[in-house]
Design a binder for this molecule. Structure first.
Ligand SMILES: [Ca+2]
Length: 292
């Protein structure tokens, strides 16, 4: 017959409960209560462009929009006013869809992942959800690496390639902006003193605005034009299928223009470049999620 010590039995049971509770806490705090299974982030040909789903990161919930595989004409036509020489129109095919953060990365999200607050424009009691700025390309890449560690296995965060960014920004449109052909600061945060497509000058706020202060594009993305310009993964290569950019360039591409930009620099096709170590108060980023 086996003698069972009641005190020892209670000790083992309480230890087991404690360990189980710890594991549960780690899982829920890492993925959040809104964590979705891998299948929800996987490629789906039947999912409509702009489908939105959320992910809880820390104490906040963030929206991501589905950008489906597809083809588009990248760059601008020769008839587009004030176009740059580097906006050569060319056909691009993207064979895989991806999820794009519906806003620029906010200061709160940046703090949650990096525990750093580099931005020039500080949030106040009345101003929340400003985009992070003054981050280098290297720091944006580190952010993606650390965010990936907190995602379900098989889901990866990264910067968009330049082609992915423009495809998502255009959202099927061919006009200079996803909302049309003119801008003077009324539909995006830019320098409205230098309007595009209109002679009527608009506002120049001289600073960033909270994300979602202006309307979304047809696929649900906010502030693709203006507010902060956005780092992309690559320099550029005029490949036509899934362009990935070159590792050889000295500069990384930034897209979309900023609060400081003339309206023409906020066009869908406009390309800006900086050395990857550059930190500026006009420059932030947004991330995409994709499955291996
Ligand atoms: Ca932007």
């Amino acid at each position: 017959m086996v003698n069972v010590n009641p005190k020892r039995c209670v000790f083992f049971i309480s230890a087991f409960v404690s360990v189980a509770a710890s594991i549960f806490c780690v899982v829920t705090s890492t993925f959040g209560q809104d964590a979705l299974p891998l299948s929800k982030w996987s490629e789906s040909s039947s999912r409509k462009a702009g489908t939105r789903q959320t992910l809880k990161i820390g104490n906040s919930t963030y929206g991501f929009c589905w950008i489906p595989a597809g083809e588009f004409d990248m760059g601008s036509s020769e008839s587009e006013i004030s176009r740059g020489d580097d906006e050569t129109l060319h056909h691009v095919k993207l064979t895989k869809g991806f999820w794009m953060l519906e806003t620029e990365v906010t200061q709160a999200l940046y703090w949650e992942i990096m525990e750093s607050a580099p931005s020039r424009f500080k949030e106040t009691k009345d101003i929340h959800d400003l985009p992070v700025e003054r981050v280098s390309w290297f720091e944006a890449m580190k952010f993606c690496e650390k965010l990936t560690e907190r995602l379900p296995d098989g889901v990866k965060a990264s910067l968009p390639t330049e082609a992915q960014w423009e495809y998502a920004c255009r959202a099927g449109t061919k006009t200079p902006f996803s909302f049309g052909s003119d801008l003077n600061g009324n539909r995006a945060n830019c320098d409205g003193n230098s309007p595009y497509g209109t002679f009527k000058a608009g506002k120049y706020l001289g600073r960033t605005t909270p994300v979602k202060s202006y309307g979304a594009n047809p696929w649900g993305l906010y502030d693709t034009h203006g507010n902060v310009s956005e780092w992309c993964l690559d320099y550029h290569v005029w490949a036509v299928v899934d362009p990935q950019g070159s590792d050889d360039g000295s500069y990384r591409v930034c897209r979309g223009g900023s609060w400081f930009s003339c309206a023409r620099y906020c066009r869908s096709a406009f390309r800006l470049k900086f050395v990857p170590s550059y930190r500026g108060d006009l420059l932030g980023f947004r991330v995409i999620l994709s499955c291996d």
